[in-house]
Ligand binder design. Structure first.
Ligand code: C2O
Ligand code: CU
Length: 489
């Protein structure tokens, strides 16, 4: 492990052990006494309980590759799952045992701005050896994840991500299975390949060489037989857009990006980087198999296989109807403040040198400097003609938009490029109103795919005060300029 001294390593070990003491709970959700359920991620309950996550390097065996991969993880295993109930406090201390600074962004969670985990915008970076505590009550139930927010191509590329599930009281499922999609850029010997390549960054992104679900290559995941099971599918990959379907059983989409909606039958659903969907899966009788499939490629890829086990439990039970998420304020679309954000390539760097945009943190620190891990080394993309600054630019760019608190905002995302961009808004959940290419029902989301040359309209009530990022979640695009921020005052 590079970097940290012995003192930090020792503390790291103790905290790491306690972080995983809850791993024994992993089987909790799998019901079925005497039946062992495999293929799952380690799970821990954290509501109203302090948790320490130590970000550090761990050797990871990814199956197909020869040697161990020097992963960066929040624990001993990739993608730890943390569960809590809506209304409970999240109390997570991040300890940085990595050789570079980091932070935690709670993707999709409408938390307070100071807890949003964006270095130089909502907090100072957590330097090697330092800690930072995140404490707030996530307001909405849903399927979320968390990850760093500077040098993300490398940090997320090395595995630094975890799952946060805020449970819903009305959960009537026989089981609740988490499936995390992530590709790894590894060579035959297990070492990492470069996360950013000029070819990938300037086009659709650089794809991984090894596809996994829950860090395993096409795992078998056991599920209770003859039951309605909730399957939460998260795409935490930096690059790949998948088209997810299920073979061998009936499945309905019950939530998008964690937001419950009126269930509809799953044909396939286009799941870009950072997007999530919750499925209600009616499992077959014991021994039956159901495949989770990516239909995006010419040859469909079986990502994982669910294997039914045990006595049937809910045969013939009524389908579960989930209500629309009620807590979110509906934007007043007819009277909303309209904006257009053009997603474009950028040939030249903008000079923001005379635009002062100081941000004052709750602690009083004034932010006016971006270091090289948080600015781009090369500008290839822009939002509204404004690329996120290159190394050497010493200030944040000006905000793309400023809203008075409570304003309904209607934004047309106009893609002028030949590449798809999954666009993500921090601190707010938006309505996807319409799109002129990919048909989808109106729904709540925090990340939306904008296809090549497509126009997508979103709307939300800008009701969370602070400074919020808006960016492409193809991380190479984000890291090379397709990122900006807006202000709610
Ligand atoms: Cu998932 Cu700005 O991030
Ligand atoms: Cu993009």
């Amino acid at each position: 492990m590079p970097g940290p001294g012995p003192e930090l390593t020792r503390r790291g070990f103790v905290a790491g052990a306690s972080a995983f003491a809850g791993a024994a709970l992993a089987g909790c959700h799998s019901g079925g006494a005497g039946t062992s359920f495999t293929g799952r991620l380690p799970e821990t309950r954290i509501g109203n309980m302090p948790l320490t996550l130590v970000a550090r390097e761990r050797p990871l065996h990814l199956g197909a590759s020869g040697g161990p991969t020097p992963a960066w993880l929040y624990g001993d295993a990739p993608f730890p799952v943390y569960r809590m109930s809506a209304g409970e406090m999240l109390d997570v201390t991040l300890r940085n045992a990595l050789p570079e600074h980091t932070s935690i962004h709670w993707h999709g969670v409408r938390g307070p701005n100071a807890m949003d985990g964006v270095p130089y915008v909502t907090q100072m970076p957590v330097q090697p050896g330092e800690s930072f505590s995140y404490r707030f009550a996530p307001p909405d139930p849903g399927t979320f994840f968390f990850h760093p927010h500077c040098n993300t191509a490398a940090q997320l590329g090395r595995g630094l991500a975890g799952v946060l599930i805020v449970e819903d009281e009305a959960n009537a499922f026989a089981d609740d299975v988490v499936c995390v999609l992530k590709d790894w850029r590894v060579a035959k010997d297990g070492s990492f390949l470069p996360f950013i390549t000029p070819d990938g960054a300037g086009r659709g992104g650089t794809f991984g060489t090894l596809r996994t679900i829950n860090g395993q290559v096409s795992p078998e995941i056991s599920v209770p037989a003859g039951a309605d099971v909730r399957v939460r599918v998260l795409n935490v990959d930096a690059t790949r857009v998948s088209d997810i379907g299920v073979q061998g059983a009936e499945a309905r989409i019950i939530a998008i990006d964690g937001n419950a909606l009126v269930p509809f039958a799953l044909d396939t659903w286009r799941l870009g980087p950072a997007m999530r969907m919750d499925l209600a899966l009616r499992t077959p009788l014991a021994g039956g198999k159901v495949a989770l499939v990516d239909y995006f490629a010419a040859e469909p890829v079986i990502l994982a296989t669910f294997v039914a086990k045990g006595e049937p439990r809910q045969n013939g039970s009524a389908p579960i109807a989930e209500p629309e998420t009620a807590k979110l304020a509906l934007p007043d679309v007819a009277n909303a403040e309209p904006h257009e954000l053009k997603l474009s390539a950028s040939a030249t760097a903008s000079d923001y040198a005379d635009v002062p945009a100081p941000i004052i943190l709750p602690g009083g620190q004034k932010i006016d400097l971006l270091d090289s891990l948080c600015s781009t080394s090369r500008t290839l993309w822009a939002i509204d003609g404004k690329p996120w600054p290159q190394t050497g630019h010493q200030r944040l760019p000006p905000p793309l938009m400023t809203f008075a608190r409570g304003t309904s905002a209607r934004i047309q995302l106009t893609n002028t490029t030949p590449h798809v961009h999954p666009m993500h808004v921090h601190g707010h959940t938006f309505r996807v109103l319409s799109a002129n290419k990919l048909k989808r029902p109106e729904h709540w989301a925090d990340t939306v795919l904008v296809l090549p040359e497509e126009r997508v309209e979103i709307a939300f009530v800008a009701d969370n005060p602070g400074n919020w990022m808006i960016h492409c979640h193809i991380i190479e695009h984000q890291d090379t300029g397709m990122m900006g921020w807006f202000r709610v005052v």
